[in-house]
Design a protein around this ligand. Structure first.
Ligand SMILES: [Zn+2]
Length: 190
């Protein structure tokens, strides 16, 4: 099953945030390993507001009152981040105070908050916390499905001459001749 099919089944073909049924698409909840567990199905309204915070309509996000109780960690994490970005409205902070995330989900949720905020000065670090530099060689510490390129980058693959990105959670590198974005936390400096 494709990721989209998996998510269609999981969600009952509904936006996992607001319940809308039209124009659904897959959105990764970063930092993500590309799996269905780390993605959510969202409608065009939710997607456009998540991607462009200038379009945020806090009334639309009253739906988080329900989605924050989802049993799906990726939905919890996205709900948490949205509530966090809207918290100056008051009611989202009240919901955040009630919300429960387990340790793993909380770490994931906060990783995205760091990515959203001022991260220009944050160093890019590998899975051991070693700072990565432009041009370093790194090794993958887990198998990664490369979407769009239709192959799996195997654990142990060496990626040479990486490029740092604006986001310390992501680097770019060539695997099987294809330039892809890799998650720093899944790498080890070679
Ligand atoms: Zn929606």
């Amino acid at each position: 099953m494709s990721i989209e099919e998996t998510l269609q089944t999981r969600s009952g073909s509904k936006c996992e945030l607001c319940g809308a049924k039209d124009d659904l698409s897959v959105m990764e909840v970063t930092p993500s390993d590309g799996s269905a567990e780390q993605a959510i199905l969202v409608c065009i309204t939710c997607k456009s507001q998540i991607e462009d915070s200038a379009k945020m309509d806090s009334n639309h996000w009253r739906c988080l009152n329900d989605s924050m109780w989802s049993i799906v960690p990726a939905v919890q994490v996205m709900s948490y981040r949205l509530l966090h970005s809207l918290r100056s409205e008051g009611w989202p902070q009240d919901l955040l105070d009630m919300m429960y995330l387990d340790d793993e989900a909380k770490t994931w949720a906060d990783a995205g908050l760091v990515a959203e905020s001022d991260h220009d000065n944050e160093p890019t670090k590998d899975s051991n916390g070693t700072t990565l530099q432009e041009g370093d060689n790194v090794t993958l510490i887990k198998d990664l499905v490369v979407k769009g390129a239709n192959f799996t980058a195997k654990r142990g693959t060496v990626v040479r001459g990486i490029h740092l990105t604006d986001n310390p959670l992501h680097i770019e590198g060539k695997v099987n001749g294809t330039q892809i974005v890799l998650i720093s936390a899944f790498l080890k400096k070679a």
